[in-house]
Design a protein around this ligand. Structure first.
Ligand SMILES: NC(=O)c1ccc[n+]([C@@H]2O[C@H](COP(=O)([O-])OP(=O)(O)OC[C@H]3O[C@@H](n4cnc5c(N)ncnc54)[C@H](OP(=O)(O)O)[C@@H]3O)[C@@H](O)[C@H]2O)c1
Length: 327
């Protein structure tokens, strides 16, 4: 198969298309002929040597794909020829990859491979962190930072679809407008406005119930200030810094929960549970078009370096996708 090799930790220049043996599925795995692969920020961190794959996972980059099943266990509910999208433990930047059958989902009606490849990483992450861990409910208020990131566009749409009042921060007026179009009641340009003060005004001093944060650093104390009584701060990355200072009495007075998670090292069973909840609760929203996969830009597989440079530049709104010939 063809795959993206990394010649060492570094910038996009370390990415190279090479060939290697097609992986063999283990017990419970499917083999997928990949039509399109999603590009995510964790891939940039792995390429730079900052995010090693968990033990046992493929060292090849890539956490999500869409394609056609070539081989599946007889009791998996899938058979050769089925069109699927899948969360993969690694190995997504290749023409073939293997993943547990329970991490595959049928491609929602009306979606092509390109859009389907952009579902798994952000929908699994948002479902686990905003709904399972953060416990966001209809009628509650929700804030996501990085509202136009792959994660952000999914979080905004799902929060809105499940009846929450959604807010976002983003780094430009163009991104702010996109957040509002995706369902935010308001979005705040953090470069020109103090998001704590603006959110307090927007919520009449009540604050928000759940925050999904990928920034950390000096955002953590500000997030605590933005939370309502019994609020939940769910951390999924620390782009702005991993060491933080907070005012613990505020946490106590508001009875806050500060939590977070990482998707990739979670057990096969955990991810299967997320997949099955997505299929039941979220697939109907994707099939009806109420929730969309927001694809910003599509690159040919051979242009993987350009795709990484593009994502790294941070001007995108939504997902960046690599397509193979079949895509
Ligand atoms: N814990 C998990 O399970 C999990 C799973 C998937 C992804 N993640 C993490 O979630 C984050 C978003 O992933 P993604 O693929 O959706 O990313 P993405 O599309 O590349 O978006 C990241 C966005 O974050 C904003 N940002 C804010 N502060 C930043 C900073 N200091 N450096 C870079 N960007 C900054 C930028 O938008 P602005 O212009 O608005 O600042 C940027 O566009 C990543 O950090 C990723 O590692 C975590």
């Amino acid at each position: 198969m063809r795959y993206v090799a990394t010649t060492g930790p570094g910038g996009a220049e370390v990415l190279q298309i090479q060939t290697t043996a097609t992986p063999s599925p283990g017990p419970g795995d499917v083999l997928i002929r990949v039509a399109a692969s999603g590009v995510n920020r964790p891939d940039l961190a792995q390429r730079a040597g900052l995010y090693p794959p968990p033990p046992g996972a493929s060292p090849i980059l890539g956490l999500e794909v869409a394609g056609i099943i070539e081989g599946a266990p007889s009791d998996s509910g899938f058979q050769p020829g089925d069109r699927v999208c899948a969360l993969v433990p690694g190995g997504g930047y290749a023409t073939h990859c293997v993943t547990p059958a329970s991490h595959c989902l049928p491609i929602p009606k009306n979606l092509d491979f390109t859009h389907a490849a952009g579902i798994a990483e952000t929908f699994f992450t948002v479902w686990a962190n905003v709904f399972q861990i953060g416990g966001l409910k209809a009628g509650q208020r929700f804030l996501v930072h990085g509202g136009t990131s792959g994660i952000g566009v999914t979080a905004l749409q799902l929060a809105r679809a499940f009846g929450a009042e959604a807010y976002a921060t983003a780094g430009s007026e163009r991104k702010v407008a996109a957040c509002v179009e995706l369902g935010a009641r308001a979005a705040i340009n953090y470069r020109s406005e103090d998001f704590v003060a603006r959110l307090a005004a927007l919520t009449e001093g009540q604050g928000v119930d759940v925050i999904l944060d990928m920034v950390g650093g000096d955002y953590t104390a500000k997030n605590i200030a933005c939370l309502a009584m019994n609020g939940r701060l769910v951390q999924i990355a620390t782009l702005g810094g991993a060491k933080v200072q907070i005012h613990l009495p505020t946490v106590m007075q508001k009875r806050l929960v500060i939590t977070g998670s990482t998707l990739r090292p979670r057990s096969v069973a955990d991810k299967a549970r997320i997949a099955s909840e997505l299929r039941e609760r979220v697939w109907p929203l994707l099939e009806s078009g109420q929730v969309k996969v927001v694809v910003d830009k599509v690159f040919e597989f051979g242009d993987v370096r350009k795709a990484h440079e593009y994502l790294e530049a941070g001007e995108h709104i939504g997902k960046v996708i690599l397509v193979h010939e079949a895509g």
